[in-house]
Design a protein around this ligand. Sequence first.
Ligand code: SF4
Ligand code: SF4
Length: 473
Amino acid sequence: MAEQGKDVFRDSIGTITDDGKRQWIYPKKPSGRFYKYRTQISWFLLLCLFSFPFIKVNGNQFLLFNVLERKFNIFGLPFWPQDFHLVVMAMIIGVIFVVLFTVIFGRIFCGWVCPQTIFMEMVFRKIEYAIEGDRGAQIRLDKQSWTSEKIRKRSLKYAIFFIISFVIANVFLAYFIGSDVLLQYIFVEPTKHISTLIALLIFTTIFFMVFAWFREQVCIIACPYGRLQGVLLDNKTINIAYDYVRGEKQEGRAKFKKNEDRPESGKGDCIDCDQCVQVCPTGIDIRNGTQLECVNCTACIDACDFMMEKVNLPKGLIRYDSEDNISKGEKVLLTARNKAYSAVLILLMGIMTVMLFLRNDIEASLIKLPGQLYEKKANNIISNVFRYKLVNKTSDNIEDIEFKLLSHKGEIKVVGLSGIQLEAQNLASGTLFVEIPKSELHKDREKIKVGVFANGKQIETTSTNFLGPRRFK
Ligand code: SF4
Ligand code: SF4
């Protein structure tokens, strides 16, 4: 690690002063190759975030997480609480994927994909630059008293921040209650949904406070993923790093003097211009090494590349690289740990794929009514009563559903109905009797198999235990 400053910076965080006050960050407006790519990716991801609740596949919202009504759509496929095992599996895969990705590529997610960074740096910060100007102008504006210019600029900025926060709150709500319901709330009798409006305004205020005030503190203090970095990263992890070997050399970094021949001078390639610090949205100096505040936003890479070009030195003094490559020239991407994580990930993804293929569109269950054993009927018939539940996970209505006994000779009688109707993405439940001749039964508790048929075609099979008399004569 860089010698300069030793490790004093690790005793505090860049956004809190020695006396415990907030150190406000005024990052310089970034520009450059990575910023351009990040902007493009951000617009694409924002487009996805804002459009997914309004896209329909076979009549289903593309992404829906309706916890209250227990309806979930992923890529237009409806999932039910009965598919919870798939959700658990997907979450385990997600965690292992994130761990593996972080071990290899560090916090690349934070800089390129995280909604907090995207909204903060690509939406709210851009508006701030447009209204208040770049770093210098923002510092001046902050220091000046409440002149008409300051009141005008701040009011405009915060009004726009609040409107965008309100839009974000609405879009998030569309993920939870469905876009159709949301649009109905807005355009049909909005006065009947005042409680929803109040909830929206609370969330709008939270978003507003996050982007107008809390800002980088989310990544530094609140984000659990950020706190995990300490245990996930090692010297082989690819991170945004300052090449201190090249930057410091024997004589350390030094300001650039006009017409000097830096490579011959013995000084490091770092010209101590401070640009990497000024662009940093979390207020750190990447030359001190990897720090928990760094969200891998690439702004320092662009700033340093710009300066290197100006003084005719090779770009990449700050770049994506591992500590081992910088210090020893060792390029290792797949360590034993990475291979083990990859193997587990591939295995789980294989299991998940099989589970998805085996997932039924219709789910049936038969549960014995509590407190009921069996009933002896005429002609030596044994009868058991069950509660049936049918779940239709498809977007089509299913009509004329019947139950048939597959494993034994006997009959199934549904109470009150002939031909159950099952609406799209809905469930039906009721009571049925299973009647089996005593001669067919060999044990007092026997597994029976029941087929579910629609229009004569078998669409699901389920099984349950059938109770009979303890002794057979
Ligand atoms: S150190 Fe560089 S990559 Fe990390 S947050 Fe600061 S500017 Fe972004
Ligand atoms: S931008 Fe590059 S040259 Fe300038 S201080 Fe940072 S590391 Fe050194």
